[in-house]
Design a protein around this ligand. Structure first.
Ligand code: HEC
Length: 147
């Protein structure tokens, strides 16, 4: 093989390798879920509130600051990626709301039900201090992370 052919051969090889290595953004973000499913009638319910600027901003305030006993960002992260400060060492991991593929598969009613009741045996507590409207406002806000 002369030098030129070797060059062509190696370039082609490099091209093929680049092509078959998935880029970082294509990494699978879907988390394993053992989370109990909401009862049918709630599971199928879609958010009764419109995603208005007002509803989203109230949801944001609760998520980032006011929800008691613990604001959501502590576990789910300020950007919703599930990597909040308190998430360290937590199994299962807090849900990654920025994962489009996974969030598309989770209906509004499921999110609502888990926020209200928690997910037994995990770090996700139920938020009995919030009324239904506030929970739906948070569902509107959480949906923004995967957009
Ligand atoms: C102490 C940590 C912690 C806090 C605080 C917390 N979460 Fe979670 N959350 C988790 C964990 C862990 C899971 C995963 C549970 C599972 O896999 O069943 C989860 C799961 C969820 C889910 C996914 C439900 C599903 O069916 O997949 C939603 C929605 C959610 N949390 C919303 C919230 C909201 C909204 C708040 C604030 C009001 C909040 N969380 C606060 C730890 C937390």
């Amino acid at each position: 093989m002369n030098l030129f052919n070797k060059f062509i051969y190696l370039s082609a090889l490099a091209l093929i390798c680049t092509f078959f290595t998935p880029p970082a953004w294509a990494k699978d973000c879907i988390q394993k879920r053992n989370t109990p499913q909401a009862p049918d009638n709630i599971y199928k319910q879609s958010n009764p509130l419109e995603a208005t600027v007002e509803n989203i901003s109230i949801g944001k305030k609760l998520y980032q600051k006011e929800a008691k006993p613990l604001a959501c960002y502590q576990c789910h992260g300020t950007t919703g990626n599930g990597e909040g400060m308190m998430a360290r060492g937590m199994t299962p991991r807090p849900r990654d709301f920025s994962c489009q593929t996974m969030m598309k598969a989770l209906p509004d009613g499921q999110l609502f039900w888990v926020i209200k009741n928690g997910s037994a045996g995990t770090g996700m507590m139920g938020f009995k201090t919030l009324n239904d409207k506030q929970i739906w406002q948070m569902v509107s806000y959480i949906r923004q992370f995967a957009k």
